[in-house]
Ligand binder design. Structure first.
Ligand code: GCW
Length: 713
C-alpha cells in the first residue's frame, strides 16, 4: 500500500499516459528549492488581468497544485515574492525592477529577475507584451521543473524569429496526411459548438515553447475550409488559442475561385479572381480579426497554381499578399515544387524556379523552404535556396511527423537533424552566413522571419504516437525561438520535464536520443543515400522501387546502383545540382577529398571499390553502416531495459515495445538494402556480420497493408 502510494506520488497519476507532455508538474521533493518556490507561489502579485495574464495565472495554479499540492496565493504588490506583469505595468510599480532603456524587454521577449521587494527576496517575470509575460512564466516554470537554481535569476530572452508555426496536414474528414498518431485533433463535426478541452492543452503546450501560429489544414487543401461553415469552426479554435498567443492560419487551394466562387479561371492577374480573393479575405477577417494568413502549395504534386495560367509563383503569392496586407496577414508560399516537366534532377527544381523570382515578392510574402532539396529524407544537405535569395525572406520547413523516419514506432530525436540545417554555412555573405542567420533576417533586416514544423500530433492519448516523438514537437518550438540553442540542452530540459530529474535516467537516455537520428540514417540511408523507402506508404525499405508514374518517385532514380557503383552524380559530370550552392560550398561538396562521407552518395556516383577515408571499400563501408545502425537499436534497448526504476510502468512498457518494433524494422531495412545492393556489387558481406535471415525475394515480398498517413480529403 505504502509503496503504491509512493509510486503514485513519484510519477503523478495522469503523467503515465504521456498526455501532460513536458508540462508534467510532478510533486517536488523537500529541498531548499521547493521551499523557495513555495514561498513565491504563496505570495504572487499579478499586475494585470488580460487573457494572457489569466492564462499565466492558470498555468501557475496548475503547477502549484502538481508540484507543491497547494494553491497559489495572491498578495498585494509590496508583499509579493513573485511579481508578474508586462514591462509598463512593472515600471509603474516604481523601484521593484530598475532597468535601463536598453535592458527593457521588447515585443514578446521576457525577463526573469531576482530582486528585493520591500526588503523581501522576490522574482519578477515581465515581458514586452502580455504574451511575453506568459512566455516568461513558462520559462520560469521550466526552470523549476528542471531543478535549476532559483536564487539569483537573471534571464533575458527574445524570440529570434517572428513566425514559429505548426503546419497540420489535417483534412476536414479528420484523416491526417503523413499522420501517425491517430486522427486529427480538430473535431470539425463538433466545432464550433463544442470545443474540446484538448485544444486548450494544445495551446498551452505550444505557448510553453514559444510556438505562435497554427496552420489548421493540409497543404493539399480542401476548398471547404474557406466556406462560412468552416470559417466559423476555425474561429472557435482561434478563440481558444488567442490567450496563448497562437494565431490561426489556413492552407488554401489555388483554384478556390473556380470551385467555390464559380469563376471560370483562377488566373492571379484576372481582376475578378483578385476581387474574389480580396472579398474572401475580408470575410475571413470579419470572422477572425487576428487571422494569421495563408499557406500555399501551388504547382506541386498535382496542386493547381499560377503556372497553370502561365503566371509565376510571385504573381500568385502577391495576389494573395495584396488581399491580406490591409489586415496585416501574411502568405507563406512553399518552394516545395516539382511538377509539369520532369527535370534532369528533381533536387534542382525549386532553385531553378525560385531563384529568378528573387526580389519579386511583396513584403508580406515569405517563401517556405524544406530543409533539403528533395523531401524530408533522414539526411539531406541543406537546401541551396537558403543561400540564394538575397532579396526574399525565407522560412524553414521541417517535418516533425516521421514520414521518412519510421513513423511513430522509431525513437528518433530530430533536433540534431534540424540543427544540421540551421548550422550549415551557406557562404552567401562569406564565411559564417549560416542558414540560421539567413532565417533570423540578419541580411534582410525588418523583413519577415520564421520556421514551420509539420506537426506530429493526433488523437493518440500521448499526442504523438511515441512518447519520445513529443521531443520533436518540443525541440521544434525551442529552436524556432532560438536556432542557436543546443539540441543536447533541449533534450536535457525535455527529459527532465517529461520524465524525471534523476541523472541515472537523464544521462544515458539523453546520450541515446542524441545518437538516435544518426543510427536511423545508418540503418536506412547511410553515406548520402536517399529516397529508397517503400513506395506504398513510405514505411520500410524499397530500394528496388523502379516503376512509378514519375521516374523521380522511384528509388532507382536516386541511388543509381549498377554493376560499377552507386550514388547520384550531382557534380559537373552529372546533374550539376551542386552548382546551385555558393562556390565555397559547391567546391566542398564536389571535391571528393573534402565531401563529407555523410553526403558522399548524394553528390557522387562511385565505384564499389572506391577507397573510403576509413580505408575500407565503399561496399564494405556501406555494409558496415547498415550493421552498425541496426546494432545501435539493440544497444538502446539494453539501456532502456535498465530504466524501469525511473519511469512509470505505462511509458516504460510502451517505449520498450516500440523499441522492439524499431529493432525488427532496422533489421528489415538493413537486410533488404544490403541484399539488394549486393545484386549489383556482387561482393560478400564480411564474416564479422551475421548473415541476413532471409533472401532478397523474401524482403521484397513483404507488404504493409493500411499503413497510416495516407489520408485523403
Ligand atoms: O513528403 C511529401 C509527402 C506528401 C506531402 C508533400 C508536401 C502534403 O509525401 O504527403 O504532401 O511532401 O510536402 O507537400
Amino acid at each position: 500500500m505504502i509503496t503504491a502510494l509512493l509510486v503514485l506520488v513519484a510519477f503523478g497519476s495522469s503523467a503515465q499516459s504521456g498526455y501532460d507532455l513536458w508540462l508534467n508538474y510532478r510533486p517536488m521533493e523537500a529541498s531548499v528549492r521547493a521551499t523557495q518556490f513555495k514561498a513565491m507561489m504563496s505570495h504572487v502579485y499579478f499586475a494585470g488581468s488580460s487573457p494572457q495574464l489569466q492564462a499565466a495565472r492558470e498555468e501557475l495554479t496548475r503547477a502549484a497544485k502538481g508540484m507543491l499540492k497547494t494553491a497559489i496565493v495572491n498578495t498585494p504588490a509590496d508583499q509579493a515574492q513573485l511579481i508578474i506583469g508586462n514591462i509598463d505595468q512593472i515600471a509603474k510599480r516604481g523601484d521593484i525592477l530598475k532597468l535601463s532603456k536598453a535592458e527593457r524587454p521588447t515585443g514578446d521577449g521576457f525577463i526573469i529577475r531576482s530582486v528585493t521587494n520591500k526588503g523581501r527576496k522576490a522574482v519578477v517575470v515581465t515581458g514586452g507584451t502580455d504574451l511575453g509575460v506568459l512566455y516568461g512564466v513558462f520559462a520560469f516554470l521550466r526552470h523549476v521543473q528542471t531543478n535549476k537554481d532559483l536564487t539569483n535569476l537573471q534571464i533575458t530572452e527574445h524570440p529570434k524569429m517572428m513566425h514559429r508555426i505548426l503546419d497540420h496536414w489535417d483534412n476536414p474528414n479528420r484523416s491526417v496526411e503523413r499522420g501517425y498518431a491517430g486522427f486529427s485533433i480538430w473535431n470539425w463535426h463538433k466545432l464550433p459548438g463544442y470545443t474540446d478541452p484538448r485544444y486548450t492543452d494544445y495551446a498551452r503546450a505550444n505557448a510553453s515553447v514559444g510556438i505562435n501560429g497554427s496552420v489548421l489544414n493540409n497543404v493539399n487543401a480542401n476548398v471547404i475550409m474557406l466556406t462560412p461553415a468552416y470559417l466559423a469552426k476555425a474561429k472557435a479554435l482561434a478563440d481558444v488559442f488567442r490567450p496563448y498567443g497562437i494565431k490561426v492560419y489556413l492552407s488554401i487551394k489555388f483554384s478556390s475561385p473556380i470551385e467555390l466562387g464559380k469563376l471560370s479561371t483562377a488566373d492571379p492577374l484576372d481582376p475578378q479572381v483578385r476581387k474574389w480573393w480580396k472579398d474572401k479575405v475580408d470575410e475571413i477577417y470579419s470572422v477572425i480579426p487576428d487571422f494569421g494568413g495563408f499557406l500555399v502549395k501551388a504547382n506541386s504534386e498535382g496542386q493547381p497554381g499560377p503556372q497553370s495560367y502561365g503566371r509565376t509563383h510571385a504573381d500568385g503569392a502577391n495576389m494573395l499578399g495584396e488581399a491580406l496586407a490591409p489586415h496585416h496577414g501574411i502568405v507563406m508560399w512553399r518552394a516545395f515544387v516539382y511538377d509539369n516537366n520532369v527535370p534532369d534532377d528533381r533536387a534542382k527544381q525549386a532553385y531553378s524556379e525560385f531563384k529568378p523570382l528573387d526580389g519579386k515578392f511583396n513584403d508580406n510574402v515569405i517563401v517556405q523552404v524544406k530543409n533539403g532539396a528533395i523531401d524530408f529524407q533522414p539526411r539531406e544537405p541543406f537546401h541551396p535556396l537558403f543561400g540564394a535569395m538575397a532579396k526574399t525572406p525565407l522560412m524553414l520547413e521541417v517535418q516533425l511527423t516521421q514520414e521518412y523516419l519510421g513513423f511513430s514506432t522509431h525513437l528518433v530525436y530530430e533536433a540534431p537533424l534540424f540543427k544540421e540545417c540551421l548550422d550549415a554555412d551557406t557562404y552567401a555573405k562569406g564565411k559564417g552566413a549560416t542558414v540560421a542567420k539567413v532565417l533570423e533576417g540578419t541580411y534582410q533586416p525588418g523583413k519577415l522571419t520564421g520556421m514551420a514544423g509539420v506537426a506530429n500530433i493526433g488523437t493518440d492519448l500521448n499526442w504523438c504516437g511515441h512518447p519520445f516523438a513529443q521531443a520533436n514537437w518540443y525541440s521544434f518550438g525551442r529552436l524556432a525561438w532560438d536556432p542557436g540553442a543546443s539540441a543536447e540542452a533541449i533534450a536535457d530540459d525535455w527529459l527532465r520535464m517529461t520524465f524525471t530529474n534523476d541523472k541515472r535516467f537523464i544521462d544515458p537516455i539523453k546520450d541515446h536520443m542524441m545518437r538516435s537520428r544518426e543510427n536511423t540514417v545508418n540503418y536506412m540511408t547511410p553515406l548520402g543515400l536517399h529516397h529508397i523507402m517503400s513506395a506504398d506508404g513510405h514505411y520500410g525499405p524499397g530500394p528496388w522501387t523502379d516503376k512509378m508514374p514519375r521516374a523521380d518517385w522511384t528509388a532507382v532514380y536516386y541511388h543509381k546502383a549498377d554493376s560499377l557503383g552507386i550514388g547520384f552524380d550531382r557534380t559537373a559530370t552529372g546533374s550539376n545540382a551542386v552548382a546551385q550552392y555558393f562556390p565555397e560550398v559547391r567546391d566542398h561538396f564536389a571535391d571528393l577529398s573534402t565531401c563529407p562521407d555523410i553526403y558522399l552518395l548524394w553528390f557522387h556516383h562511385l565505384s564499389w571499390n572506391y577507397k573510403m577515408r576509413s580505408g575500407k571499400t565503399l561496399w564494405d563501408e556501406l555494409v558496415d553502416h547498415y550493421y552498425k545502425g541496426a546494432a545501435a537499436v539493440q544497444g538502446m534497448q539494453k539501456v532502456w531495459n535498465g530504466m524501469r526504476p525511473y519511469v512509470d510502468a505505462t511509458r516504460y512498457n510502451e517505449v520498450k515495445q516500440l523499441m522492439a518494433v524499431q529493432y525488427d524494422e532496422a533489421i528489415r531495412w538493413r537486410n533488404s538494402c544490403v541484399l539488394y545492393f549486393q545484386t549489383f556489387s556482387k561482393k560478400p558481406i564480411g564474416d564479422q556480420y551475421s548473415k541476413p535471415e532471409h533472401d532478397l525475394q523474401y524482403y521484397r515480398s513483404l507488404h504493409y497493408y493500411n499503413v497510416p498517413g495516407l489520408g485523403t480529403n
